[in-house]
Design a protein around this ligand. Structure first.
Ligand SMILES: *Cc1c(COP(=O)(O)O)cnc(C)c1O
Length: 389
């Protein structure tokens, strides 16, 4: 235990020093099955050899120049992400919160250019968008915001999953220039909105000339069985998209993508970053995208997710402690009727690493490369914990 780290985390009593695929090893060499991937980051698993080789090669070639000259790897990454999403332009950042800050600034600038002096952004209840002041202001009130007033102004909040409420808010306030939301809420408890929600929001935003902006930081990059989770629904291509987490498999790299008029509002001098989009980070992201495609991780997330959920349902059928088992692909939540901390501790004793969010929701975000045996081991560790075995 360090006396010199700020006490921002209640940490598990374990220190990992090495990884391989879906396995993590602690200081004593004990092996753990990772069912959280560093919070949806290490989707390729740990120590992926192709990524490791690419990083070594890039480190020996060029790590950083700042955005002073052209960065060919950054151009290639932007093009690749735009092809995957149907967007026009990218701004490459280091973290999810920075990508969200870019999203928020872009929306304000978009409103400003339309003559709206105090543009507002519509957000939803239960949201999590990161830890910067702008991001916590856009997120759900509560412990994220507690003690950090004055927050950033200009957010209007409506219930999640309720397209009519969003439409009414947009219709009632012409200063709302954009709506920001997660296609599935991660930190908010793996909450999945009703089918058709995003398509309805797309239409509502079109009617009111507002931008539809999706935070796909957790849901993106094959996690739910699509490159990005909004792609499950037809006709809901967003105007702005934030991506991070799995993009570098642990190397910090993130992106704000935009299309149409939204892609043109940030101009020279209006926004920037020192590290963002450096050659090392972009090489990592390009390699990750190649690996995801080569390993067909969308298909794998769907099949392994289905197996994991099937096993959970089988083992937990009739269990009164379970409120709901839900999710999409390998983004899975098991909501309990009471706090789930004991389940996490129980799984850790069985050497399976899981996570609890929103107090009562067991969250599973295993590497997308898991096999059927590993999916079963994860489900059994959760079920044993829930059933108190
Ligand atoms: C993790 C996360 C963020 C913040 O990303 P950081 O890299 O931690 O800044 C924002 N939005 C969502 C949905 C996330 O899951």
């Amino acid at each position: 235990m360090s006396d010199h780290l700020m006490k921002t985390y209640a940490r598990l009593p374990v220190a990992f020093v090495r990884g391989e695929g879906a396995w993590l090893y602690d200081e004593d060499g004990t092996r753990y099955l990772d069912a959280i991937s560093g919070i949806a980051v290490c989707s390729l698993g740990h120590a992926d050899p192709v990524l490791a080789d690419a990083l070594c090669d890039q480190a020996r070639t060029l790590i950083h120049t700042a955005n002073l000259g052209h960065i060919r790897l950054q151009e290639r990454l932007a093009e690749r992400l735009c092809t995957i999403t149907g967007m026009d332009r990218a701004f490459i950042t280091n973290t999810g919160a920075e990508a969200i800050e870019t999203v928020l600034k872009l929306a304000r600038r978009f409103g400003f250019e339309r003559g709206i002096e105090q543009p507002k952004i519509l957000v939803v209840e239960g949201a999590f968008h990161g830890r910067t002041l702008g991001a916590i202001s856009a997120s759900a009130p509560g412990k994220l915001q507690h003690g950090f007033a004055p927050l950033v102004d200009g957010f209007v909040r409506v219930p999640y999953g309720d397209a009519d409420a969003a439409r009414a808010a947009l219709a009632g306030d012409p200063s709302i220039v954009a709506m920001l939301l997660e296609p599935i809420q991660g930190e908010g408890g793996v909450k999945r909105p009703p089918d058709g929600y995003l398509t309805a929001l797309r239409r509502a935003c079109d009617e009111h000339r507002a931008l539809l902006m999706v935070d796909e930081i957790q849901t993106g990059l094959c996690r739910t069985g699509r490159w990005y989770a909004h792609q499950h629904e037809p006709d809901c291509r967003p105007d702005v998209l934030a991506s991070a987490k799995a993009l570098g498999n642990g190397v910090p790299v993130a992106a704000c993508l935009a299309r149409g008029a939204a892609a043109e509002v940030l101009t020279p001098g209006s926004h920037g970053t020192t590290y963002g989009g450096n050659p090392l980070a972009c090489r990592a992201a390009l390699t990750v995208l190649d690996r995801m495609e080569a390993l067909d991780l969308n298909a794998r997330a769907e099949t392994m997710g289905a197996r994991l959920v099937e096993r959970l349902r089988e083992r937990l059928a009739g269990c009164e402690r379970v409120v709901e088992i839900r999710g999409r692909g390998l983004m899975i939540g098991v909501e309990l009727a009471d706090p789930a901390g004991d389940v996490r501790d129980h799984a850790l004793k069985q050497h399976v690493l899981i996570n609890v969010t929103h107090e009562r929701v067991i969250r599973l975000l295993p590497p997308l490369i898991i096999d059927a045996d590993q999916a079963r081991t994860i489900a059994d560790a959760v079920a044993d914990g829930v059933l108190g075995r």
